[in-house]
Design a protein around this ligand. Structure first.
Ligand SMILES: [Zn+2]
Length: 247
C-alpha cells in the first residue's frame, strides 16, 4: 500500500509525489445526519475513500477532510434550520422541520469560499497544479463554481468527481443518504453502516433524499459507482495533466 495521505508523508516524499503527479484531493466532508443507519461523516468518508484509491493508481496527495460546509438555511424567527433539517421536495418521507441529530457542520458560503481560496493559494505554492474536490453536495457545487478564479488567480485546474461523469445512475454521492450514498459506504466502509438502527415503522427514516436506503442499497451497486467514478476521474486527471505539461 502506497502512502497517499498528505499528513503522513515526510517532506521529501511529499515533494516527490507532487512532482510525479501534481494533484491534490480535497474531501469536502460534513458532520451531518445521514439517516439513522449511516455515520455523521459519511460525506467526507466517501470522498476520502475514493481519493485514496485514485491516488494509489494515478498519483497525487490526499488532503485531510474538511467538516464544515455551506447549505440551505431557514431562519424561523431566531430558530435556525440547515440543509436536511428542513423538509425538501426530494425527501423520501415527509417530516417536520427539526434539528437533525448530530449535525454540526454549517458555515456561511462566503467564508467557505475564503477557506477554499486560502487552500488554493497554499497548494499552488507547494507545487500542486490540479485540485480535485468532492463530497457534500453544496460544498462540491461551491468548489466547482470557483473554477475560473482558481485558474486565473492560483494557476490551478479544479475538478470534482462529477466533472467527467455523465451517467446519472453512477454519479458519486448524488443523493442524501439514499440508495446511492448508502451503497457507496457499504462498498468502501461496510462496518460503518447499521440497518439495525432503522425503526420497524421507519419513523426515523427522515432527512433522506433519494431512493430507499434499506430496500435499494447494495455493496455491488456501491462498487459499480466506485469503479465508474475511478475510471472517469482518472481519465479526466490524465487529460488535464497532459494539457498542463504541454503548456
Ligand atoms: Zn451526503
Amino acid at each position: 500500500m502506497k502512502k497517499v495521505l498528505y499528513e503522513e508523508l515526510l517532506p521529501e516524499e511529499c515533494v516527490q509525489r507532487i512532482k510525479e503527479m501534481p494533484v491534490a484531493y480535497l474531501p469536502l466532508g460534513t458532520l451531518e445526519w445521514h439517516g439513522p443507519h449511516m455515520p455523521l461523516g459519511a460525506d467526507g468518508i466517501q470522498s476520502k475513500e475514493l481519493f485514496v484509491r485514485v491516488a494509489e493508481k494515478v498519483g497525487g496527495v490526499v488532503l485531510p477532510m474538511l467538516f464544515m460546509g455551506p447549505d440551505r438555511l431557514f431562519d424561523d424567527r431566531g430558530t435556525v434550520f440547515y440543509g436536511m433539517d428542513i423538509n425538501t421536495e426530494g425527501a423520501l418521507n415527509t417530516y417536520y422541520a427539526q434539528q437533525m441529530k448530530g449535525s454540526a457542520y454549517w458555515m456561511e458560503k462566503g467564508l467557505f469560499q475564503d477557506l477554499l481560496r486560502s487552500i488554493f493559494a497554499q497548494l499552488s505554492r507547494a507545487g500542486v497544479r490540479i485540485v480535485v474536490g468532492h463530497g457534500h453536495g453544496p460544498s462540491t457545487n461551491t468548489f466547482q463554481e470557483m473554477k475560473e478564479e482558481a485558474e486565473e488567480k492560483y494557476g490551478l485546474c479544479i475538478m470534482t468527481a462529477w466533472t467527467y461523469a455523465d451517467d446519472e445512475r453512477l454519479k458519486y454521492q448524488n443523493d442524501h443518504a439514499g440508495a446511492n450514498e448508502t451503497s457507496i459506504v457499504m462498498a468502501v466502509r461496510p462496518e460503518l453502516v447499521d440497518f439495525g438502527q432503522v425503526k420497524e415503522d421507519e419513523s426515523n427514516l427522515i432527512g433522506i433524499a433519494g431512493r430507499h436506503p434499506v430496500r435499494e442499497s447494495s455493496e455491488a451497486y456501491g462498487n459499480e459507482i466506485l469503479e465508474y467514478t475511478m475510471k472517469t476521474l482518472i481519465a479526466g486527471i490524465e487529460k488535464e495533466y497532459k494539457t498542463i505539461k504541454e503548456r
